[in-house]
Ligand binder design. Sequence first.
Ligand SMILES: [Fe+2]
Ligand SMILES: [Fe+2]
Length: 173
Amino acid sequence: MADFLTDVQTLRDKARDDIMKGPVTASYGTDVDKVIELLNTALATELVCVLRYRQHHFAAKGLDAEPVAEEFLVHSGEEQEHADKLCARITQLGGTPEMDPAKVAGRAHSEYVTAEDLTEMIRENLVAERIAIESYTEMINWVGTADPTTRRVLEEILAKEEEHADDLLSFLE
Ligand SMILES: [Fe+2]
Ligand SMILES: [Fe+2]
């Protein structure tokens, strides 16, 4: 066996220790509480985005509103999927998803901004997507190679946020 790998007996013994930590083993590469904290911040951001897009979907008015309003609804649903993925990962790591409405707005990176005007709505959503892109990129860099599964979750979400930003930009152009 390659000498950089742990010998089988130690591997088996370690797996039996701390069995109640589930998937979090001794080789977990970083501070799990910090990762849970970071995932809860991302969760708050997603929940704010769900609500903002939903509100914009129903509040959008005017001749050109319909395709844009439909896109807001699609984005709202995808932000909810992101929230669900984050919750699932938080739970896997032994944490508790934080969804207390009184705390969510304070923790989120994005803002809940409403607007009367359709263009203003699109701009606000584009700003929120750009904030999300920045913060997911930072999180991914922070996680590095320490937790590949969390990293993959964050990378999948980041790719979607980039798509969202692109969709919104095409409405502005
Ligand atoms: Fe999202
Ligand atoms: Fe998004």
